[in-house]
Write a protein that binds this ligand. Structure first.
Ligand SMILES: Cc1cc2nc3c(=O)[nH]c(=O)nc-3n(C[C@H](O)[C@H](O)[C@H](O)COP(=O)(O)OP(=O)(O)OC[C@H]3O[C@@H](n4cnc5c(N)ncnc54)[C@H](O)[C@@H]3O)c2cc1C
Length: 438
């Protein structure tokens, strides 16, 4: 089937008949919208993106804010959301159809993650699936046909899950200095080293791993000598240990330290050429920035919806608090920042998708757009979440109103997968031509 043909999950979305997303005559409720948030302007999106949004919103309506608040409290993994999305074929939204995916692009995948987050699921809901969407992109592009068939269908049908292993405790954002080694040993590689902040490692049975195959001192450029692997992540095999990290938000999805000690992986876990892993993984990293931008937007719109509803209803000094410009203007400002970041986000996703077939769109242009979008969306989300908490006054601090959870979670897109500061370093150097500052 060609990319233009109708994919499985897309078909499903078309078959279902959805109720009107939102009715202005509905009685006031400060709970999140049951289907789709009316605040986000949907003009200009493609029919496919809108159908993705509608179908995902319908699935997410079975997982209300209370579900996410309870899972945040207990730290229990949201297995049910992953199951519901994989059952309907959504995990493979941006993976090829010959593997069971839908063959759509990052533009549609971003809309999917955006809508999940916006439903009130926030970063926890989005992060429970997002590595399966972006970390698989370089595998789909650079693996051999045999590897793709072996590695991807079970992720798409939900039988297995993948985590993404890049960050290390001793190198931080200096990815080119990664120390985890994969040393060739006959038909295997032996992996030794430590990763940190690996999301979903407790539930994943595979990992997309970036490790050094040639020591830094022996390569011409630091970007060489890193290799990408798709490995079985078998916690019963010797040489692999995990330690959970207690964290501020998104607690339903585990974050972990991962320790490798001569952990054996077959040599056919290598994706693409040995030593070329950094270039290969960039393909997934740019996709991840778009998805995270979408997730941040979702949180921002969700928070703003709650705040604007509350500000309309809450009467103090004889009038709705939203009648005060001190409440109204910051919310209006937050809305405009979200809308601007939304344009940047979907522009970046479109460039990413078009660059597959249009050689005039360079990797550098895609990188600048994806990084800028992630930065802008994260900042807009933070503004919206912070102002929502303040607009709700004391109730903004109460768990039952959910905006405090959104605020805690909206720090993630500001920090990961790349920080605000590093994005500014990148734009300063690569776009403005200023001296490299790091
Ligand atoms: C919830 C969560 C989930 C995550 N999931 C994953 C995952 O699944 N897989 C994975 O591989 N990683 C994951 N990460 C890791 C994440 O990508 C890193 O935390 C992030 O890249 C920042 O790296 P660091 O924490 O080592 O920061 P550091 O490199 O230690 O930087 C600390 C601070 O210093 C600043 N800084 C450093 N150098 C400079 C400079 N030259 N100029 C200006 N500022 C500078 C940074 O911007 C940052 O603010 C996750 C992180 C979080 C919080």
């Amino acid at each position: 089937m060609s990319r233009r043909s109708i994919p499985r999950c897309f078909n499903q979305a078309k078959r279902l008949s959805f109720p009107l997303p939102y009715s202005r005559s509905r009685p006031f409720s400060i709970s999140a919208p049951r289907r789709m948030n009316p605040l986000m302007e949907t003009s200009g999106f493609s029919d496919t993106q809108l159908q993705v949004r509608e179908a995902i919103a319908k699935i997410c309506s079975n997982f209300p804010d209370e579900y996410w608040a309870a899972h945040d409290e207990s730290g229990e993994y949201p297995h049910e959301l992953h199951a519901a999305l994989s059952k309907d074929g959504w995990i493979g939204i941006a993976l090829p159809e010959d593997l069971g995916g839908s063959g759509l692009g990052i533009s549609e995948a971003t809309m999917m993650l955006h809508t999940i987050s916006e439903s009130g699921a926030g970063m926890a809901g989005a992060q429970s699936i997002h590595a399966n969407v972006y970390a698989t992109q370089p595998v789909a592009k650079f693996a051999t046909p045999e590897q793709r068939q072996r590695m991807l269908p079970n992720l798409i049908n939900g039988k297995s899950r993948v985590c993404f292993g890049v960050t290390e405790p001793n190198t931080g954002l200096e990815t080119l200095k990664l120390r985890t080694r994969a040393v060739r040993d006959g038909d295997n590689y032996k992996v030794s080293g430590q990763k940190i902040w690996i999301s979903s490692a407790q539930v994943a049975s595979n990992m997309v791993l970036l490790a050094r195959t040639t020591p830094l001192e022996e390569v011409k450029k630091p970007s060489e000598g890193l290799s990408l692997f798709f490995i079985d992540f078998d916690k019963n095999q010797p040489g692999l240990e995990l330690k959970k990290i207690k964290k501020m938000g998104g607690r339903a999805v585990d974050a972990n330290e991962v320790f490798f000690d001569n952990y054996s992986i077959p040599s056919d876990s290598l994706i693409g050429k040995e030593g070329q892993g950094f270039k290969i993984v960039l393909h997934g990293m740019n996709a991840e920035r778009c998805l995270l931008a979408g997730e941040a937007l979702g949180l921002g719109y969700a928070a703003l919806y709650r705040a604007s509803r509350y500000a309309k209803e809450r009467i103090v000094f004889g009038r709705p608090i939203g009648m005060n410009q001190g409440i109204q203007h910051p919310l209006a400002d937050a809305y405009m920042h979200l809308e601007a970041a939304k344009l940047a986000t979907y522009h970046a996703a479109r460039l990413y998708d078009q660059s597959r077939t249009d050689e005039t769109i360079t990797l550098a242009a895609v990188g600048v757009a994806c990084n800028s979008a992630k930065y802008l969306a994260a900042e807009a989300a933070f503004k919206a979440c912070e102002r929502s908490v303040l607009s709700l006054g004391g109730m903004g601090y109460a768990q039952e109103y959910h905006v405090e959870r959104y605020l805690r979670e909206c720090f993630v897109p500001r920090i990961a997968p790349v920080s605000r500061e590093m994005i500014m370093n990148f734009v300063g150097e690569k776009v403005l031509g200023l001296p490299r500052s790091y």
